[in-house]
Write a protein that binds this ligand. Structure first.
Ligand SMILES: C[S@@+](CC[C@H](N)C(=O)[O-])C[C@H]1O[C@@H](n2cnc3c(N)ncnc32)[C@H](O)[C@@H]1O
Length: 305
């Protein structure tokens, strides 16, 4: 308890903890948020991690820090502590700097997809092959309902969703990807799908408006995955279903540069914990094991409580 209290008894470490309660960040991102040198930030992070306030997740050559739940005393005081952190004098300045870093992550991803829309299908197929799981994903989508697909890419899955749902809406933040999807729908003679330009943390849809949200290979592009899951919860009707397919945790560091991935896949446990913190329940997760150089895929299904 003394080590934990000592670790928190410092103005910079309180600000760091307050920011890391909002998401996972690298040392480089934290130096930008706090305009502080790398060695100072690293020293504070080390003290907080040793006291059990923070955990470190290594993703390839990057280390992501976040507030952990491994210290029972910290867990006990955390709700009251979080309220106090909101009152820190630098709070609004720190939140603005944090939003700027998240916006940079989003912008990098949007620019990448705009640049590569034309070759996207070939790029994805050849660079990062995955096992076939699409039919199992589709079976989890309730039939005859209103379905929202987020991050539609070139629209391959949209076409299959249209055969199953009564109403399909597709959202993507890249105008060039939306153009590719529009071209495909036109070629396939499908006029019933509505496409909208939008960011997955600010979906262009009202609250409680869809029965099912599908995100296939999208969450690993999210600057802030928990914010995306919360936004999915907002647009889903009570009892609605979310169906996610994404890469299981891997070590292919090059995907950050070549495929604009922000996350090297996910652990099933972390997805399940994030879903429940965003308001989902009845979470089911299955793995499609990748064989012969393919990456393993997690297929997750949950209900908006
Ligand atoms: C790998 S592709 C998805 C492929 C598609 N779901 C499919 O099944 O064929 C990722 C898509 O997510 C979109 N995307 C990435 N970040 C996004 C964001 N923050 N908001 C909305 N769309 C995003 C990209 O523009 C891209 O079209």
């Amino acid at each position: 308890m003394i080590d934990l209290l000592k670790s928190l008894a410092d103005p910079s470490r309180l600000r760091l903890t307050a920011v890391l309660l909002r998401g996972e960040f690298t040392v480089q991102e934290l130096t930008r948020i706090f305009s502080m040198g790398q060695s100072r930030i690293s020293r504070h992070l080390k003290i907080l991690a040793e006291a059990g306030v923070l955990t470190v997740k290594r993703q390839g050559t990057w280390s992501y820090y976040r507030v952990g739940d491994g210290n029972p005393f910290f867990n006990a005081i955390r709700p009251a502590f979080e309220l106090e952190l909101e009152l820190l004098p630098e709070r609004s300045q720190d939140l603005n700097a944090l939003s700027a870093v998240l916006e940079e992550r989003r912008q990098r991803s949007r620019e990448f997809f705009d640049r590569h829309a034309r070759q996207w299908d070939d790029l994805a197929r050849t660079l990062l092959p995955v096992p076939e799981y699409r039919q199992r994903l589709l079976k989890q989508v309730p039939e005859g309902t209103t379905v929202l697909e987020i991050g539609i890419g070139t629209g391959g899955l949209l076409v299959e969703l249209a055969a199953r749902a009564s109403n399909v809406i597709g959202v993507d933040h890249s105008p060039a990807m939306l153009d590719e999807a529009r071209r495909r729908l036109l070629a396939d003679g499908i006029g019933s799908i509505e496409l909208r330009l939008g960011e997955m943390t600010h979906l262009p849809l009202p609250d409680n408006s869809v029965d099912c949200v599908v995100a296939n290979m999208v969450l690993h592009h999210a600057a802030d995955p928990v914010a995306v899951l919360r936004e999915m919860c907002r647009v889903l009707k009570p009892g609605g279903t979310v169906v996610l397919a994404d890469l299981a945790r891997h070590e292919q560091e090059w995907v950050r540069e070549q495929l604009a991935d922000q996350w090297l896949g996910f652990e099933a446990d972390e997805l399940i914990a994030w879903l429940s913190s965003a308001g989902f329940g009845d979470v089911l997760c299955e793995r499609s094991e990748g064989k012969n150089g393919q990456e393993t895929v997690l297929l997750v299904n949950a209900r908006n409580l």
